[in-house]
Design a protein around this ligand. Structure first.
Ligand SMILES: NC(=O)c1ccc[n+]([C@@H]2O[C@H](COP(=O)([O-])OP(=O)(O)OC[C@H]3O[C@@H](n4cnc5c(N)ncnc54)[C@H](OP(=O)(O)O)[C@@H]3O)[C@@H](O)[C@H]2O)c1
Length: 384
């Protein structure tokens, strides 16, 4: 189906759109305008059988994007140089072509695009089978929640904690990047659902206060005060553990790696568990053997403590997402989990916003608002 800029059933699609491409692989920190470059390009007009034309509404910004920009195969292939940058989005169907797959959609449907091709664009043609209708929730949860607490970071918190950490009531848990999208949900499930004592680790007094006041952490550590000094950090850790009446901790949900991981290993309890969720402190370092990456030299503590350190990837649990989302929605409705979103405006600024994840400029889930839903259309959704 070929469209002219004005022929679409739903109204006008602009002939030109903003697209952000990865024009070179970053070395160290991402440089907007060099590594990630915005350009004005023709909006796609040909929508083939079983395809849909999507308008992007919200783009999720994730630390994993830095990994996708490396020329190293991981759990997902690297983004190719010159390609539209990859990202998870919430989008709206603006054209559904013929075909059994696209027949599942109507103009106006709000979908999650799981194609993982592009995302940093305003419009894209994608296979209809890669899209799923956004579930309608009973309460007043906004659609952005499907990129945050009910999206990948919420699922990461849920499965990493419950399936890998396996918390028990009364245990003590440390969470790094605790004021972030994943960490703040981990802290609340641990505290309000399981009944753990929670120590949050974050950068700066404001985030630490927010963790105490809003997230409900029992104690906090502002890791920036230690400034990379192991002895100072040990003192902070000791003090925080004393505050929660624990000698050591049972679970460390680690989003950060490096110095913080290494120092915390020394305070693990017998049969403790370290959940390796992420290691953002090292994502901008090209040579992982360089001295910029602090190796976990304290790992020998794990032997006598019969402790465990285990990584995971959230997508391993994709078959269980539906039930986990239903459970999370229930906890939200019960007031056990609150979530914070940091929604920024405009796709063109997305490369600059992405940097916030690496300098602590975000609190809660970082999302970019790319477009407004079409007026005069019903936002059809399915049931969760
Ligand atoms: N395993 C999986 O399947 C999976 C899935 C999704 C995400 N993840 C991982 O989960 C982690 C959190 O992701 P998110 O999306 O929720 O991001 P986020 O926590 O919302 O944002 C990242 C936070 O990391 C902290 N940070 C950045 N550089 C740091 C450093 N050098 N040292 C200490 N803290 C630093 C910053 O907080 P401060 O201001 O407190 O420093 C920043 O706000 C990441 O490591 C990500 O890769 C893993």
């Amino acid at each position: 189906m070929a469209l002219s800029s004005t022929s679409a059933r739903h109204g006008v699609i602009p002939a030109i759109q903003t697209v952000i491409r990865m024009m070179q692989r970053p070395v160290g920190e991402i440089v907007p305008g060099k590594d990630l470059v915005a350009s004005q390009e023709p909006t796609p007009t040909v929508v083939g059988n079983d395809q849909v034309l999507l308008q992007r509404l919200y783009l999720s910004l994730d630390p994993a994007m830095r990994g996708w920009m490396r020329d190293i195969p991981s759990y997902m292939p690297p983004v190719q140089v010159g390609a539209v940058m990859r990202g998870y989005t919430i989008s709206q169907v603006v054209v559904a072509a013929d075909g059994s797959q696209s027949g599942r959609f109507q103009v106006g449907d709000i979908v999650v695009d799981n194609s993982m091709v592009g995302g940093w664009d305003q419009y894209a043609v994608v296979p209809a089978k890669k899209c799923s209708k956004l579930p309608m929730l009973d309460n007043n949860i906004p659609m952005t929640a499907h990129l945050s607490v009910l999206g990948l970071t919420g699922m990461t918190a849920y499965f990493g904690l419950m399936k890998v950490g396996k918390p028990q009531p009364g245990e003590t848990i440390l969470v790094s990047a605790a004021a972030g999208a994943t960490g703040s949900v981990v802290a609340q499930i641990a505290k309000n659902v399981v009944g753990c004592k929670v120590v949050g680790i974050a950068g700066g007094p404001q985030k630490c206060q927010w963790l105490l006041d809003q997230v409900g952490c029992d104690a906090v550590i502002d890791y920036k005060l230690a400034n990379g000094d192991g002895r100072k950090f040990q003192k902070q850790l000791q003090q925080a553990l004393k505050q929660v009446d624990s000698k050591g901790y049972d679970i460390f949900f680690d989003n950060v790696g490096g110095f913080i991981l290494n120092e915390t290993l020394r305070r693990l309890n017998l049969r403790g568990r370290v959940v390796l969720c992420g290691a953002i402190s090292g994502y901008n370092v090209e040579d992982q053997r360089s001295t910029q990456v602090v190796p976990p030299t304290n790992y020998m503590a794990l032997i006598s403590l019969r402790a465990k350190i285990e990584g995971f990837i959230v997508t391993d649990y994709v078959r269980e997402y539906k039930e986990a989302k239903r459970q999370m929605a229930e906890w939200i409705a019960q007031g056990k989990i609150k979530y914070k979103e940091d929604v920024r405006e405009g796709l063109e600024q997305a490369p600059e916003h992405l940097k916030s994840l690496f300098n602590g400029g975000n609190t809660g889930k970082l999302i970019v608002k790319v477009g407004e839903p079409m007026t005069g259309t019903t936002m059809h959704r399915s049931k969760l």
